[in-house]
Write a protein that binds this ligand. Structure first.
Ligand code: G6P
Length: 369
């Protein structure tokens, strides 16, 4: 087992550090940035299903559901296709309005999640076209779907998903870009820019990982907190949810993720000097608004841990602690903002003596209802 961990103390840490490589593995041979080409075999064969679909419904559970939420923002923004993201467990029992023209994307690391599999079967019965984004080759979901694209994350052993999430986002981003190109809903300039930036993501992720030492110090300050709040907007709202989930899963500290603007409708009542608030405040269209959210938290004496773009000065002055990530086009930011949140959870769990790779009550793959 020590050999499998490749010198890392835990599988989770190894998998966090593998992300630059596995993101590269996921786009290798599929993304030819110089030529402006995205080649996803499973997609090309059925691209008209996507183009003619009235909407795309994404079904998934857990962390994969969060990847689906990121995809919703990207698909709608670039490809102008309406997207709904559903918990597979709700979808399967809700008598959903699905017919032959619908396209379903099922996202699953293991490819074995019972609820996701059942959702796929239901959608197929109603004539929908089902596309899989799975990590495990030959898994039940990859066999049950009409077509799909694998993520190339390699085996993920840590129960809390890390590299599967970022490779899912990588695949979904490529699908969205290709559809936007096919539909003509993106300018050639933006298309090329995003292709080139996607190729640089492994480098950006490596840079984000360099913050590890500082994140460890932040973990040490907040490890005894009873609650955490995670806030983000736009593309980084799902990242806030994922950050909170990661902390809950492995440290057993209660954490909630919220869209930053919703804070005023409830969570703000929780803020006092005991409450750490992790705010994703990278350069984006929402930057100013997030800054005012931070000011509101500060006015109530909450402790602010902010994920910021390198070189940021405004938030740096306001926040108690910052975790820096490189500058990257907004739609791609989830791929880097996720990294410090994974590390923060890991270090807190470790300091609390939790079983990081196999947290209590959780399973890597939930094959029963
Ligand atoms: C379990 C795992 C999670 C995972 C979820 C969905 O709860 O502990 O890490 O996100 O299942 O799994 P899937 O294999 O379908 O992505």
């Amino acid at each position: 087992e020590q050999i499998e961990k490749g010198g890392y103390e835990h599988f989770m840490l190894k998998e966090i550090y593998e992300q630059p490589q596995v993101i590269k593995d996921t786009y290798r041979g599929r993304l030819l940035a110089d030529q402006g080409i995205i080649k996803l075999g499973g997609l090309e064969d059925h691209i008209h299903r996507f183009i003619n679909a009235p909407r795309v419904t994404i079904v998934a559970c857990g962390t994969s559901w969060h990847a689906g939420l990121v995809a919703e923002y990207i698909f709608e923004d670039w490809a102008r296709i309406p997207v709904e993201v559903e918990y597979a467990s709700e979808f399967r029992y809700r008598n959903p309005v699905i017919s032959e023209k619908d396209v379903i994307i099922a996202i699953s690391q293991s490819g074995e999640t019972a609820d996701t599999l059942a959702a796929i079967k239901l959608a197929k019965q109603r004539g929908a076209f089902v596309y899989g984004v799975c990590n495990v080759v030959g898994s039940s979901i990859s066999r049950e779907t009409d077509s799909g694209s694998y993520t190339h994350a390699g085996p993920e052993i840590g129960v809390a998903s890390t590299k599967a999430f970022t490779t899912q986002i990588t695949v979904l981003t490529m699908i969205a870009l290709r559809l936007a190109q096919a539909k003509g809903t993106i300018s050639t300039r933006d298309y090329m820019l995003h292709l080139r930036e996607l190729e640089l993501v492994p480098t950006y992720v490596s840079e984000a990982l360099e913050g590890d030492g500082k994140i460890q110090e932040i973990a040490n300050v907040f490890k005894d907190a009873a609650n955490f709040l995670y806030l983000g907007r736009g593309y980084n709202f799902p990242v806030a949810l994922e950050g909170a989930l990661k902390l809950k899963e492995i440290s057993y500290i209660h954490a909630e993720g919220y869209p930053a603007a919703e804070m005023k409708h409830g969570p703000i009542a929780l803020i006092d000097e005991q409450m750490p608030v992790v705010v994703i405040a990278v350069n984006s269209n929402h930057y100013e608004k997030v800054v005012s959210n931070i000011e509101e938290i500060k006015a109530r004496k909450g402790k602010i841990i902010a994920v910021v773009t390198e070189g940021d000065t405004t938030v740096k002055e306001l926040a108690d602690y910052i975790m820096e990530v490189p500058q990257i086009p907004e739609a791609l930011t989830p791929l880097v903002t996720t990294i410090p949140l994974q590390l923060l959870s890991y270090h807190i769990a470790l300091m609390l003596g939790r079983n990081v790779d196999q947290p209590r009550n959780l399973a890597k793959s939930v094959t029963v209802e």
